[in-house]
Structure formats: structure tokens, C-alpha cells
Design a protein around this ligand. Sequence first.
Ligand SMILES: *[C@@H]1O[C@H](CO)[C@@H](O)[C@H](O)[C@H]1NC(C)=O
Length: 465
Amino acid sequence: MRTGIGLGLLVLHAGSVLAVTVPSSAPSNAAVVDPSLLSVSIEFFTFPAYTQIKATTNCLDNIAALRGAQPAVRIGGTTQDRATYNANLATAVNYTVASPADAPASLTFGPSFFTLASQMKGSVIVGLNRQLNNQAATRAAAIQAKNTMGNLFAIELGNEPEFYASNSPIIPSGQSWNQDTDAASEKSWFTALSPSVGNIFQGAVYLSWNAGGQLSRIGTDGIRFLRSISRHSYPQSACGGASTNLPNLMSHSGIVSYTRQYQSEAASTHAAGLRYFLGETNSGAALWIVDYVLQGAINGVDRLYFHQGTIGNCAYCFWGQSSVFTPYYGVAFVSEFLGTNGAKVAMLDDGASAIGVYAVFSSSNAPVRLLVINTNYFDGSGTRSSTSVALTGLVTSSGTKQVKRMTAPAATSRVDQGAAVTIGGVSSFNSDCSRAGTQSFESVAIRALLESPCHDSLFAGAIRK
Ligand SMILES: *[C@@H]1O[C@H](CO)[C@@H](O)[C@H](O)[C@H]1NC(C)=O
């Protein structure tokens, strides 16, 4: 590490040098950060089981403590379209599966489902069934949600309808199913249900269709029923034998270009007066999460709801029955970077390399923390590469800055396989997601830091003034 390049300059390591200027106030392209920018989605059928796990409360509370606001929650997914409300069911859900690792092909749920949902501390979106075309059951569920949940933000009607089987009851026989017919169907359901629950719907809920395309199709007399538009985003699929590629997933420049695809529909959604959410997303990589959450904000995404699937059978989950998984380290790290005073965020690099540099600004537009991410893939063998980052424009009265580092032995390191993924030098979480150990800062003189990769994908340094 070289140091001492004069006041206001930060140099990190040898090798190539990335020069970045830190603006003294938020630039005009800085994005406003929603207090619940990093939120969670929980698969419908298993939501009641999640409420019985200590880690659910602790993992969400940790984010709330770091951000000063509870993460929001969306309850939904594929099984919302397999679920039928039964007002007489004594339990929250009822279904049978051959193996605990399976999701049910069919289920019923009762009023206490919404009692559990009402106990979530954050604002909640509930996903209900449209595919089975049982509007009476969905109306009864929506009314129960509305009457039970003081924290209800919105209701979805159907999940990823572009994947409905052609024999789904919602598809009239002989009719083709496409975005036009789906938009007409959603609009007719909003129209039918709004007299019972109000204009509190979340529209689109698409994975592959352009969510902004729903706005033009339903028009202003349809948009009035909505609070938000949801798009689902999975940068890589492991379904159906598809192969995944971690170096591509974790690449900073790759994340920048991937996330940009949502910019225009976010803008058209905001222009319509609605919130724009990535209502279901994930990949299961910690360093990816850090970069992707910030790119989401920069491209106009108000909240990203990271999906949590079947407990014990979930490649991307943040936590399980009695474990905290590697992605959660990225969650905690980016949450600490945004902090309780992070109001706006800006990317300071050009988005074209493996190194990401971000600044977060206070509500008075002062830079309060910097984040440097090194997404160069390191498989753990041989010598890890390094990159120097020279940050100019920093102001310091004390002559030192405090740096907190998230790192791991390799990009592929996994906590659940015993790897030493650390934040501030310690493994940071107990198996129930309560905080563990005492994180420490590294103190740097005219300052510096940055080495290479790490973890599920990761390595990064948050530099605080
Ligand atoms: C629960 O579901 C099973 C089928 O999975 C059914 O046989 C049973 O009657 C249901 N129980 C109630 C109370 O609805």
C-alpha cells in the first residue's frame, strides 16, 4: 500500500490506478434512497413458517438498525397463484407436500395468515391469486387483509402471469394469452375489487414483460387503481439445468449494464405517480447484492425485494432455520454504507471496470461515506490481484479516515461451508442472525485501502469520514 500523496488523496495498493474525484456535495445525478431500499419478498406458502424462525426477526431488525427504517416485505411468488382463501380455515396455511423441500401444488390459507402478516414491522405487500380465476375467494382474502393489516401497502393480483399455463382457469378457452390480454385481465380485476378494498393494487408483477408496458395498456383509468408497479429480476437462472456464472454475475460493469434495463420503466412509472419496485429479485451472491442494490437506486428503483424461498431448499436465501447465509453479509454491508443518514447515492466511477466507487450523501447533500468494491473474480488459488484507487477531494481534519472491510478468502467462499466471510474482521452473525463479535475499523492515514476480491463474490471497503 502506498500512502501519503497529500491531503485529500487516497491511494490504494499498487497495480493499475483508478482515479476518482469525490464531489463535495451531491451531484445532480445522485439518486434519492428510499429508507426501505433493501427489502425482502417471502414465498407465499412458507411465509407463516418464516414467522416462526428467530432469524427472520433478527435479520430484518439488523437492517432496520443499520438503516433507521424497517425493510418492507412482500408476501407472494409462484404459490400465491396456487393458494385459495378459506375464511373458515383455523390455521394460517394448509397443504401437503411429499418432501419438506417441496413447494405445494395447491394450498389453502385462512384469516390468521393476515394476522401474521400484520405483525411484520415493515410495510407489507400481499400477493393474491388470479390464475385460478376464483375472484370471490380473492376478494374475501383482500378484504381480510385490508381489515387486519395496519401495515398493508398494496395487493398483487397474480404472479408472473406470462408463465401461466395455457389451461389456467383465468385464460378464456380459445383465447391467446399475452401482455395485452393480461393487462385487460388485471384491469378488470382491479376494477372489480377496488370497491371492496380501495385503490391499493400493485400492477404488472412481470418477470419477462416490460412492466412499464402495463401503464400504456391500462391507461389512466386503470392506473388510478394502483400504488406501485412491480418487476421481477433474476440476473441468472439455475432452473431447468441452466448454468450460472459467478464471474459474470459479480462483475461491476455487468451489474451496471444489467440494471440499466429498468431505468425507462422506472421513469414511466414515476411519471404516472406510482412507486417502482423490483418486487422479487435475488441471485445469492453477497458482493453482487452490494453493487446491485446501489445500481437499483441509481436507475430509479424505489425498493428491491429480495426473495426468500422454501426454508432449507433455497440457493439464494439470506437466512434459514438456524443459519445465516453469505448473501446476508452483503445485505448488512450495503445497509451500513447507506446508514441512517444516507439520503442520496451516486456512482463515482464510469461503470466500465471491475471496480465500483460510490458515495452516499446526507439530506443536506454532504458526502458521508464512500464505498469501494473490487469485483475481480478470485478463485482462492494463486495470488489475488490488486487495484489502486486514488480518491481525491476528501476533506479531513484529523488526518485519518476509518475504513470497514468486507472480505473472504475467495469469490466462492460460503459461510455455510465454513468459510471466513468477515465484516470488520469478524464473522458478525450468530445462527439466529443476532449480532456476533465486535467489528473493527481500519484506520488509514492520508488514506487508503482496497485489495482484491472475495467471497460469494466479494470484497469491498466502506470508508467513513
Ligand atoms: C388440509 O389439506 C388436506 C390436503 O392437503 C386436506 O385433506 C385436509 O382436509 C385439509 N384440512 C383442512 C382443515 O382444510
